[in-house]
Design a protein around this ligand. Structure first.
Ligand code: SF4
Ligand code: FES
Length: 281
């Protein structure tokens, strides 16, 4: 197995591992938006820049595989400066409506801004305004202004459900996520795009179930929706569980598996395919 040194720590990882995962194995977090281990690599957000010895410019970690003897630094001044610039670019047209956003501060834009951004805004022009609260299907609503065009939702529909309803339309700062003509985001796993979106641009149209994964406790389990028995994670709102314990409220299951409830208020996170679970981040 190739040996790679990340921030001075030498580790051995299987050939073919990319630098985000290799850094993870070495206990180093490389910030990223578009990379997800269950999806193909898009190289879209450019946030995962790292310095590699003998390579003249910073490279994206998600699309660089380890090589034996590689020496990688993730916190050089040049890498930090690049990240800061990328955060400024991602947020250039982003609205400042954080107090009313349903992410309630649990947002990777805010987290990475505080960890890696912290720039003084230079934007003096009017921001580009995009459509808000666009229904994409029976379960999902898009706030195009919050989207950073990481394309995770597009790749999820192309590669996991194979339905391909979503695409990125228009050019430059007018680019936005949209549906191909005559389609709606109504595949059986459409609710999962909400959880795979790193910045909460996609939300649940059914506000009774707008309890997001990152507020919840996680229990590993098996899906009983069919004979296949996929691994799932059940995310449970502990506060509401306690509230309901005395009342013994019997909650009925909903029609589609990805949004069913059990034992109080639980939400299936993401049962992708092949019996694997999908997690955010
Ligand atoms: S809606 Fe979310 S997942 Fe889709 S491209 Fe925008 S930020 Fe990424
Ligand atoms: S995670 Fe590497 S470019 Fe987005």
């Amino acid at each position: 197995m190739p040996k790679v040194t990340i921030n001075g720590k030498e580790i051995e990882v299987p050939a073919g591992t990319n630098l985000i995962e290799a850094a993870r194995a070495a206990g180093v977090e490389v910030p990223h938006y578009c990379y997800h281990p269950g999806l193909s690599i898009a190289g879209q957000c450019r946030l995962c820049m790292v310095d590699i010895d003998k390579v003249p410019r910073p490279q994206i970690a998600c699309n660089t595989q380890v090589a034996d003897g590689m020496v990688v630094e993730t916190e050089t001044p040049r890498v930090k400066d690049t990240r800061r610039s990328m955060m400024e670019f991602h947020l250039i047209n982003h609205p400042l409506d954080c107090p009313v956003c349903d992410q309630a501060g649990e947002c990777w834009l805010q987290i990475y801004y505080m960890k890696h951004g912290l720039y003084d805004p230079r934007m003096t022009d009017e921001k580009v305004h995009k459509p808000k609260a666009v229904p994409l299907g029976p379960h999902v609503m898009l706030d195009a202004e919050r989207c950073i065009l990481c394309s995770r939702c597009v790749r999820f529909c192309d590669e996991i459900t194979g339905t391909g309803e979503l695409g990125i339309f228009q050019r430059g700062d007018h680019s936005e996520i949209g549906l191909f003509p005559g389609t709606a985001l109504e595949n059986l796993y459409s609710g999962n795009v909400i959880d795979i979106c790193p910045v909460g641009a996609l939300t649940d149209r059914d506000f009774r179930f707008q309890v997001r994964v990152w507020y919840l406790d996680t229990t590993r389990s098996l899906c009983n929706g069919c004979a296949r028995g996929c691994n799932v994670e059940i995310h449970t709102n502990r506060e509401r569980m306690h509230h309901n314990q005395g009342k013994r409220v019997a909650r009925s299951s909903r029609a589609t598996t990805p949004r069913s409830t059990s034992g109080g208020s639980a939400t299936w996170a993401a049962t992708a395919s092949g019996g694997s679970t999908t997690t955010v981040g």
